[in-house]
Design a protein around this ligand. Structure first.
Ligand SMILES: *Cc1c(COP(=O)(O)O)cnc(C)c1O
Length: 390
C-alpha cells in the first residue's frame, strides 16, 4: 500500500516527545512558545500563535479580522472545506473565486472581475482567503494590490505550504497578507499530530489571536478592563475558545522543523522524477509559476479529458485497486451538500469544474522510496504499451 502522503517520524522526534511527557508541563509550558519562535524565525515574521489545528487557526484569524454577521469572505473552490467553514463559524457568508487553469490557485483575473461586480452591487468581501494549493504560492503581490484598491483583508491558507517560497520570501512571511495559517496534520509538510498556527506582523492582531485561542482571557494589566483584585486575577474580555496546542505536540513540531529543508528537497527530487517520466501527451504535469518555489505537499496530475487511452476515473480506480492510494484534492467546496443548499452555480466556476474532472494526486512524501515511486510510474503508463521503465 502506497498512500498519497504520510509523516516522517525520526528517533529524535520520538525522544523529544518523551522528554515532554517526563517534564512538568504537558501543556501551557515553555515548548509551545519555543515552537512558535522557531516557525516565526524560519518565516521571518514578528508573531506566531500555535493552535490545535489549522481549522481553529482559520477560525480565530477570521474573528481577529472582525468577520461577523453580514460579512462575506471569498476563497478558492478547490480547497479543503475548512478554508470556507471558518467564515460560516463567524456567522458570515462565503463565496468562491474560480481557479487559474494553470496553477489551480485562485485566478487573479476572476478575482478582479468579481471585485468589479461586487463593488457595483455593494457586496465587497471583508476578507479573501487565497489557498496555496499543493504548496505553490498564489500570486500574492497582485492579490495585495487588489486588497488595497477594494479594501479587503487577506488570510493566506498556507496549510500545504510551509517551506515554499514566493518572490524569494518564505511563505508565512506575511509580506503580502494580514495573517498566514499553517497546518501540522500528519499528511502536511511537518507535523504535530494535529496542529496549526497563525503568523502575523501586526502586534494588535497577535494579541487578539492569543486571546481568542484561550477563552478570550487576559492576564496582563495592560489588556484588562478593570483594575486587578489581586495576584489571582484575570479577566475574560471577549468570547474565545480552547484552541491551544499542547507542549507534547509542540515538541514534535520543534523537532520536525529541523528537518524541514530536507523534507522539501526530497519532495523536489520526487517531483522531478515524475516530471521527467510522466511527461506524456495525455498527462498534464503540475505547472509552476516562475516566482514560486513549491513545498510540493501534493503532486497533482491531470488526465486530459480528450485522450483516447484512459479516463480519469479508470486510472483512479486502477491505481486504488493496485494499492496506490491516490486522491483528488479537492471536490469543489460548493458541490458539498451543505454548501450546494446555499445556492452556488457551477457555471460560475468553469476552471474548477474542468479541474475536478481531470485531477489526481499521486504519492509524494519524504519516505517514498525510489522503487515505490517507480511502481507508481509504471502503473500509470505501462498499460499503454510503454516499455517497463525500470
Ligand atoms: C489540511 C487543511 C486545512 C485544515 O487543517 P487542519 O490542521 O486539519 O485543521 C485547511 N486548509 C487546507 C487547504 C488544508 O489542506
Amino acid at each position: 500500500m502506497i498512500p498519497y502522503g504520510r509523516q516522517d517520524i525520526s528517533e529524535n522526534d520520538i525522544k523529544s516527545v518523551i522528554e515532554i511527557l517526563k517534564s512538568d508541563f504537558l501543556t501551557q509550558g515553555p515548548t509551545v512558545p519555543a515552537f512558535e519562535k522557531a516557525v516565526s524565525d524560519y518565516c521571518n515574521t514578528n508573531y506566531a500563535i500555535a493552535t490545535n489545528s489549522a481549522t481553529s487557526a482559520l477560525h480565530i484569524a477570521c474573528l481577529a479580522l472582525g468577520v461577523g454577521e453580514g460579512d462575506i469572505i471569498w476563497t478558492s473552490p478547490i480547497t479543503f472545506v475548512a478554508s470556507a467553514n471558518c467564515a460560516i463559524y463567524c456567522g458570515a457568508k462565503v463565496d468562491f473565486v474560480d481557479i487559474d487553469p494553470l496553477s489551480y490557485n485562485m485566478s487573479i483575473n476572476a478575482l478582479e472581475e468579481k471585485l468589479i461586480k461586487a463593488y457595483k452591487s455593494g457586496h465587497l468581501p471583508k476578507v479573501v482567503i487565497p489557498v496555496h494549493l499543493a504548496g505553490q504560492s498564489c500570486d500574492m503581490e497582485k492579490i495585495q494590490e487588489l486588497a488595497k484598491k477594494y479594501d479587503f483583508r487577506i488570510i493566506e491558507d498556507a496549510s500545504h505550504a510551509i517551506g515554499g517560497k514566493y518572490k524569494n520570501t518564505q511563505i508565512g512571511s506575511c509580506k503580502y497578507s494580514d495573517i498566514t495559517v499553517f497546518s501540522f496534520h500528519p499528511v502536511k509538510i511537518i507535523t504535530t499530530g494535529e496542529g496549526g498556527m497563525c503568523l502575523t506582523n501586526d502586534s494588535e492582531l497577535a494579541l487578539s489571536l492569543n486571546r481568542l485561542r484561550s477563552h478570550g482571557i487576559v492576564r496582563h494589566p495592560s489588556e484588562m478592563q478593570n483594575t486587578s483584585d489581586g495576584p489571582w486575577y484575570y479577566e475574560q474580555i471577549e468570547l474565545g475558545y480552547n484552541y491551544r496546542m499542547t507542549d507534547i505536540q509542540a515538541a514534535l513540531g520543534l523537532s520536525q522543523i529541523n528537518r524541514l529543508e530536507k523534507f522539501i528537497s526530497s519532495r523536489h527530487k520526487i517531483a522531478s522524477l515524475y516530471n521527467e517520466l510522466l511527461n506524456e501527451e495525455w498527462i498534464e504535469l503540475p505547472w509552476q509559476h516562475p516566482d514560486t518555489i513549491s513545498s510540493y505537499h501534493l503532486y497533482i496530475i491531470r488526465i486530459k479529458k480528450k485522450n483516447k487511452l484512459i479516463s480519469h476515473r479508470q486510472l483512479f480506480e486502477t491505481l486504488r485497486n493496485s494499492g496506490i492510494l491516490v486522491n483528488l484534492h479537492y471536490i469543489p467546496v460548493y458541490k458539498h451538500p451543505y454548501y450546494s443548499k446555499l445556492g452556488y452555480n457551477k457555471a460560475d466556476f468553469p476552471a474548477a469544474e474542468a479541474y475536478y474532472n481531470e485531477a489526481i494526486s499521486i504519492p509524494i512524501y519524504p519516505t517514498l522510496t525510489i522503487s515505490e515511486q517507480k511502481e507508481v510510474i509504471n502503473r500509470i503508463i505501462k498499460p499503454f504499451g510503454y516499455q517497463n521503465l525500470f
